[in-house]
Design a protein around this ligand. Structure first.
Ligand SMILES: Nc1ncnc2c1ncn2[C@@H]1O[C@H](COP(=O)(O)OP(=O)(O)O)[C@@H](O)[C@H]1O
Ligand SMILES: C=C(OP(=O)(O)O)C(=O)O
Ligand SMILES: [K+]
Ligand SMILES: [Mg+2]
Length: 527
């Protein structure tokens, strides 16, 4: 019987809930993006994060300079080599973020019911009555009665370091606000959020362009997280910019939807972007609390059907200071997985939290439990129906591979790919088993040198639910014959066996091209 119930096995036995989970080679099919910062930049901690399951490292240029992030990234490279765990690199832009400018970095104590002026004059000293900001258009964007929220970067919402204010008067370029709660703004970086207004600043700022063309090019970033993407044009513009920067034409763009403006243009943004980040931190302030879940479900579903990864943020804020998540947070992580998300992005928890490694492993365990009861059957049927008929050959092949793998209870799917497209399409149908995407390098030339492609494609699958990349030896370059295909398949199977995902007598579904024909084959392993 097929039901629309979220859980696959219906009903599950209560006693089965208590059974300990079997350890598996892959911590979870859902991926974890960790933001690296002060509490997660040593080789030792980063190695711990990788072993716990982090597969994408986010470098947030809202703070820290290129030198600081470069040191962290070099430690990441050492940790990758030491642990033999792959990790992709994501550059997160500053974007049109309004910041408080407190040059002295002295703590500022704001009193409930007092008045404070927000001014674009950055030469002024910050005080309890005057707060300079980096944006001169605020007075034109707000009106009396609007809510303004100032919080420490990545504020958790339950700190006494965030302040809620109401606009009481606009005076020239200054905005006079009434403080609604007492708070002390200590530390260097504070961001300002005004619900529901358009901030007239470019999505890709000059500072962002500078960072991408230097730090980004130097480190061949796999992903650009485009903060505050508000229109499809923002993504197109970023893509045009990347296309002029050598290798970065291969960088994928993840549009971060952080406000109502981005939400209103969601469909057109999804069409242009390679993936979506549901930035619930900012969007959660812009939306009434009772509407956030609705956005989450709809946005993830649209991403799933488009075959584009959905990344959910701000899941276990309380783990920034605690070893255990709250019950609400633990349930929220599981629900994000049941909703269909590809990856969970950790911010404050890994960046400045006390328990970065434990947070990653806790979130991974919750994801793994939720994946086991994800109603793949219901989702699969919806995905097939949505594509309609006639299907493209690749959609037919990808969906058939997933269906065959489930029917024969295969332990993995092995997918040959060069562009990564075939593997992504398989992931779209949400197989319940891991997909080993065997990326076959292609030889390309820029008329000066010959190089192999494949590294970007392999790392970019590290954010997709269920995909685990393996980069084939360049000697097996894409113009492959059936003999080389067979030898690559043997390497992939050996890799699967060595890592424990496949064992003797297991069934494996393979998706590859043989001559001109795309085939899905089922193989049963011998001893
Ligand atoms: N080098 C290869 N050897 C064998 N089969 C391949 C190879 N590259 C891709 N395939 C298969 O070809 C089909 C098209 O895959 P796709 O990833 O779209 O190809 P490409 O990487 O060339 O864009 C899929 O069935 C895929 O498994
Ligand atoms: C992840 C978010 O943003 P930031 O880049 O500021 O951490 C968010 O708003 O959810
Ligand atoms: K940012
Ligand atoms: Mg944000």
């Amino acid at each position: 019987m097929v039901s629309n119930y979220l859980l696959l096995e219906e009903p599950i036995r209560m006693a089965s809930i208590l059974e300990p989970s079997k350890p598996s080679f892959f911590p979870a099919m859902t991926k974890i993006v960790g933001t690296l910062g002060p509490n997660s930049r040593s080789v030792e901690i980063i190695s711990g994060c990788l072993k716990a399951g982090m597969s994408v490292a986010r470098f947030d240029f809202s703070w820290g300079d290129a030198k600081y992030h470069q040191e962290t990234l070099e430690n990441l490279s050492v940790a990758i080599r030491a642990t033999k765990k792959l990790c992709a690199v994501m550059l997160d832009t500053l974007g049109p973020e309004v910041l408080l400018v407190n040059k002295s970095e002295q703590p500022i104590s704001l009193e409930e019911d007092s008045l404070v002026i927000l001014t674009p004059d950055q030469d002024k000293q910050a005080s309890a009555n005057l707060l300079p900001i980096n944006f001169s258009g605020l007075s034109k964007a707000v009106k009396k009665g609007d809510d303004i929220f100032i919080g420490q970067y990545l504020f958790t919402g339950n700190e006494t370091t965030s302040v809620w204010m109401e606009v009481s008067e606009v005076k020239g370029e200054d905005v006079v606000c009434l403080v609604k709660n007492s708070a002390t703004l200590a530390g260097p970086l504070y961001t300002l959020h005004v619900a529901g207004i358009h901030i007239d600043l470019p999505t890709l700022t000059d500072k962002d362009k500078g960072v991408i063309s230097t730090w980004g090019v130097r480190n061949k970033i796999d992903f650009l997280s485009l903060s505050y993407a508000r229109r499809a044009e923002d993504v197109r513009h970023a893509r045009e910019f990347l296309s002029g920067l050598g290798d970065l034409h291969q960088t994928q763009i993840y549009a971060k939807i952080e406000n109502v403006e981005g939400l209103m243009n969601f469909d057109e943004i999804l069409q242009e972007a390679d993936g979506i980040i549901l930035a619930r931190g900012n969007l959660g302030i812009d939306l009434p609390p009772e509407k956030v879940f609705l956005y989450q479900k709809e946005a993830i579903y649209k991403c799933n059907l488009a075959g584009k990864p959905a990344v959910v943020t701000r899941v276990v804020d309380s783990m920034t200071d605690n070893l255990r998540p709250t019950r609400a947070e633990a349930t929220d992580v599981a629900n994000a997985v049941l909703d269909g998300s590809d990856a969970i992005l950790l911010g404050a928890e890994t960046l400045r939290g006390l328990y970065p490694v434990e947070t990653i492993s806790t979130v991974g365990k919750i994801c793994a439990e939720a994946e086991k009861v994800y109603n793949q059957d219901v989702y699969f049927k919806k995905a097939v129906k949505h594509v309609g008929e006639p299907m493209t050959h690749m959609e037919a092949i990808a969906s058939s591979a997933v269906r065959a793998a489930i029917k024969v209870k295969a332990s993995i799917i092995i997918c040959f790919t060069s562009s990564g497209r075939a593997a992504r399409l398989i992931a779209k149908y949400r197989p319940t088993m891991p997909v080993l995407s065997v990326v076959i390098p292609r030889l390309k030339t820029n008329q000066l040198t010959w190089t192999f492609t494949g590294a970007f494609e392999a790392r970019q699958s590290l954010i997709v639910r269920g995909l685990f990349p393996m980069l084939a030896d360049p000697r097996h370059a894409a113009e492959s014959t059936s003999a080389t295909n067979e030898s690559v398949l043997k390497v992939a199977l050996d890799h699967g066996k060595a890592s424990g995902v496949i064992k003797s007598h297991d069934r494996v579904v393979v998706c590859q091209k043989v001559g001109d024909a795309s085939v899905v084959k089922i193989i049963e392993l011998e001893d």
